[in-house]
Design a protein around this ligand. Structure first.
Ligand SMILES: C[S@@+](CC[C@H](N)C(=O)[O-])C[C@H]1O[C@@H](n2cnc3c(N)ncnc32)[C@H](O)[C@@H]1O
Length: 394
């Protein structure tokens, strides 16, 4: 007999237990209330939740808050590191101990990036500490404390300088996007801004207390670094289940918005911390193609088929999707085309974040609006193998 999930949060995403979700900013992430609302109202205890484009792990974190087992996949190293941190539960002491040990492992870092950008972005001693931490975490980041520490550092790498206590390691910089080198150097010079000598361990402690100070449920789950377009992802995930699980009942996801292809270059400093080069990295390995809508649709089509192959009959998929302003493309058209003949039956489309309306109403509402709507929520049900395999895929 299945049981509805318990939602322990009185205040939804404003509850202290939800703070961990904000450990580091990301792009085009959806609000925690989106997956929390869907799962909280309809999921049953024990049902598995998947996000094939997990970004900073919002869906996986919502599942965890509700005690549901979950898997996330993303091809960006920053996304994987952040999402992994949403599933661990080290204590603040364990994180601080991991930070001190990581610093002790290397008195001198082997590799310190040089040049005008790095000289002005970080105080010399801060940069040295960051490099010591980076090298230690690159050598070993298996424990929950190290996974949490890595995400805490990613979230503190760049941001505004506060007048009171420092909350970021860098000179004045944006917190979401990595500072672009030439622009930042000019800005810092014109405004005579020099990086401060911040206490690296103190910044980590304040953040550890904020993000890991609350007790959270532990759930079975994993975050995989991978390409969801590739059918190989099916075997990798099935192997994790080891024949124990019927499949996913819920998929809550948000593919890259059409035209948004800079997830890696816009995060280049965080990417450097994870082992990438100390310069803006324009590679698009593993990222969806944005050259034209047809290719984008084809790639999404493959992804929806892969996802379906991992789902139980009747599974629900909720997709938030949009197109960036400069591309005059209708997101609804892309969704309908990519989902056609995949085994997913669309039953509801609404403007993103609005209460659920029926598809016909939504069609009318969305298509009647002037210009393409920017963001939509699409709800679909997995119907493909309901007759052939009524108990799921194991
Ligand atoms: C819109 S973001 C997801 C944001 C997420 N919903 C959140 O709340 O953080 C889309 C994500 O898809 C990832 N991505 C792009 N192409 C991918 C692919 N082929 N396989 C897996 N992930 C991919 C990007 O790295 C990005 O993190």
């Amino acid at each position: 007999m299945s049981k509805p999930v318990q939602n322990p949060l009185n205040n939804g995403s404003r509850a202290p237990e939800a703070r961990l979700n904000a450990i580091c900013p990301y792009f085009t992430m959806f609000p925690l209330d989106f997956p929390l609302g869907i799962l909280g109202s309809a999921a049953q205890a024990g049902e598995w939740v998947l996000d094939p484009f997990c970004g900073r792990g919002t869906t996986n974190f919502a599942a965890r808050l509700l005690g549901l087992p979950t898997i996330g996949v993303d091809s960006s190293p920053v996304a994987v590191a952040l999402s992994q941190a949403k599933l661990v539960s080290p204590s603040v002491e364990e994180i601080m101990d991991a930070a001190r040990r990581a610093l002790d492992e290397r008195a001198e870092p082997e590799d310190v990036p040089c040049g005008e950008f790095w000289e002005l972005a970080y105080h010399q001693s801060v940069l040295k500490d960051l490099c010591r931490l980076r090298e230690a975490l690159l050598a070993d980041c298996r424990s929950p404390a190290r996974i949490a520490l890595r995400a805490i550092i990613l979230g503190a790498l760049h941001g505004p300088q506060s007048r009171s206590y420092p909350s970021y390691f860098s000179n004045q910089a944006p917190r979401t996007y990595a500072p672009k080198p030439a622009y930042s150097v000019r800005f810092w010079r014109e405004n005579s801004l020099l990086p401060r000598k911040v206490d690296v361990l103190e910044v980590i402690r304040i953040r550890a207390e904020r993000y890991y100070g609350e007790a959270l449920p532990s759930v079975p789950g994993q975050i995989l670094s991978g390409d969801s377009r590739n059918p190989g992802i099916i075997a990798r995930i099935r192997q994790l289940f080891d024949g124990q699980v019927r499949g996913f009942s819920w998929v809550i996801t948000s593919p890259p918005y059409f035209g948004m292809k800079t997830y890696v270059p816009d995060q280049w400093v965080r990417n450097w911390f994870l082992g990438g080069p100390p310069v803006v990295d324009y590679s698009v390995d593993g990222q969806m193609s944005h050259t034209n809508p047809e290719k984008f649709c084809d790639e999404l089509h493959e992804t929806w088929k892969n996802v379906g192959a991992l789902c139980t009959p009747g599974a629900t998929m909720a997709i938030r999707f949009g197109c960036i302003n400069s591309r005059k493309i209708d997101p609804l058209e892309i969704m309908e085309r990519s989902l056609a003949e995949t085994g997913w039956a669309v039953h509801r489309v609404v403007a993103a974040g609005s209460p659920k309306r029926g598809k016909r109403q939504a069609d009318h509402f969305l298509r009647a609006a002037p210009g393409p709507p920017l963001e939509i929520d699409v709800y679909a049900m997995w119907e493909e193998d309901r007759r052939r395999n009524p108990v799921g895929w194991i």
